[in-house]
Design a protein around this ligand. Structure first.
Ligand code: ZN
Length: 127
C-alpha cells in the first residue's frame, strides 16, 4: 500500500459517486487508520452526500464500496456512513475491521440505523 494508490482510489471513487448521484460530491480526505483497541480500516470524509442518496443508490454504491476495500487490502467487518446527528448529512464513509471489544457495539443494534449517527451499508455477523 502506497500513498500513490490512496490518491488513485480517492479520485476514482469520487468520480464514480459523482456520476452515480449526479451532483458534485467531494471525497475530501481518504485515510487508512489503526486504533489502540485493534480496530482498523479506511475512512472517506465526504462533502455533499446525503442520507437520501444512500437510500436511493445503495445497490449501485455497494460494488464501489467493495472495490475500495479490495483495492486497499481491507476486509471490513462493517461498512457504514457516519451521519451528522440530527441532519441528513453524510460526514464520512467507513470500512472497519472490528476488534472483539468493539464488535458488540455494532452487533447490538437493529436495522439500517442502529444509532442516530450510523447508517449501515454492510455488516458481517459473527457466528
Ligand atoms: Zn476496536
Amino acid at each position: 500500500m502506497s500513498t500513490a494508490e490512496l490518491l488513485k482510489n480517492r479520485s476514482e471513487f469520487e468520480e464514480k459517486v459523482r456520476k452515480l448521484v449526479g451532483r458534485p460530491i467531494l471525497l475530501i480526505e481518504l485515510d487508512m487508520f489503526a486504533l489502540p483497541c485493534g480496530c482498523n480500516g479506511i475512512t472517506a470524509n465526504m462533502r455533499g452526500l446525503e442520507v437520501d442518496d444512500l437510500e436511493v443508490f445503495e445497490p449501485q454504491l455497494a460494488p464501489f464500496l467493495k472495490e475500495m476495500a479490495g483495492n486497499l487490502g481491507v476486509r471490513p467487518t462493517v461498512t457504514f456512513a457516519r451521519i451528522v446527528p440530527g441532519s441528513s448529512i453524510v460526514a464520512s464513509l467507513n470500512w472497519r475491521v472490528l476488534c472483539s471489544r468493539c464488535y458488540p457495539e455494532f452487533a447490538r443494534g437493529e436495522g439500517k440505523m442502529p444509532r442516530p449517527d450510523l447508517y449501515l451499508l454492510q455488516f458481517e455477523k459473527r457466528k
